[in-house]
Design a protein around this ligand. Structure first.
Ligand code: ADP
Ligand code: MG
Length: 264
């Protein structure tokens, strides 16, 4: 479905060159919910922008259903970390969610039903006529999520979307994402620096190394599909997976070339 092959991104040139990612290769299957974790500054947002067609890679390629990505694909939606800045303050909640559907040239009737369904799904049906600045951070983030799902993307990319909300809201939003993923059968790539969140949400966790960035590990999350905050998080398997991801991130921080202390 989504193929990332030998992706490298170098910013700037000459003396000011920054190699954000060195060599990333992975594949997301259709309908998969994958989480990507890695140390801060390792190039997660850079990767997401390359996948979303917003940045041109220095080397390597990204393709969606066999087609190379050269600009923002029509069937992809992105939820950024700074949701406040991604909403238009002069448009109502309804106006914000509807805007990309107008750009998609959908008729009024279809737009209305998609907007209403999406707002219903994120629990904001009663706030449709409010403005973003009248809402809490968690509600604004739900508007950004509603806008993404109303668009009916085949692929949904999310970049640390819950980093700025309180713990309870975050737990609710995590469950919302799993619910929406099941209901709308999207392929989801969820970027986070939170190990517990990655294991709780994902069917799979990709761990990025620190710079020079490569895919350090690809861990299958063999937890039951039905998850809930209390029982899943107290499951022994959850604890074991979280330790595994934690260890991988520690190894990743030491860099891919670091000698293993256990080596003979
Ligand atoms: P992450 O999202 O994992 O925290 P980023 O992708 O934002 O990492 O950044 C990876 C590296 O690339 C960092 O060293 C960052 O300073 C650098 N970087 C990001 N964007 C730019 C840019 N536009 N110009 C130059 N360097 C950049
Ligand atoms: Mg980032």
């Amino acid at each position: 479905m989504l193929d990332v092959n030998g992706l490298q991104k170098i910013y700037g040139g000459g003396e000011r060159e920054v190699e954000a990612v060195r060599d990333l290769t992975f594949r997301l299957e259709e309908g998969e919910l994958s989480c990507l974790v890695g140390p801060s500054g390792c190039g997660k947002t850079t990767l997401l922008k390359c996948v979303a067609g917003l940045l041109r890679p220095t080397a390597g390629s990204v393709s969606l259903a066999g087609h190379a990505i050269s600009g923002p694909p029509r069937d992809m939606a992105v939820v950024f970390q700074e949701y406040g800045r991604s909403l238009f303050s002069w448009l109502t909640v309804r106006g914000n969610v509807e805007l990309p559907l107008k750009e998609k040239k959908l008729g009024k009737g279809r737009r209305d039903s998609l907007v209403n369904e999406a707002l219903q799904a994120v629990g904001l049906a009663d706030s449709a006529e409010s403005y973003p600045w009248q809402l809490s951070g968690g509600m604004q983030q739900r508007v950004a999520i509603a806008r993404a799902i109303a668009y009916e993307p085949r692929v949904l990319l999310m970049d640390e979307p819950f980093a700025a909300v309180d713990a309870q809201t975050r737990a609710d939003l995590e469950d919302l994402i799993r619910g929406l993923w099941k209901r709308f059968a999207m392929t989801v790539l969820f970027i986070t620096h939170d190990i517990d969140e990655a294991v709780y949400l994902g069917q799979r966790v990709l761990v990025l190394s620190s710079s020079p960035t490569v895919v350090q590990d690809d861990i299958a999350v063999d937890l039951p599909d039905e998850r809930d905050q209390l029982s899943t998080r107290s499951d022994q398997r959850f604890t074991a997976l979280r330790s595994l991801v934690y260890t991988e991130i520690q190894n990743a921080k030491n860099g891919p070339a670091a000698p293993s202390p256990a080596a003979p």
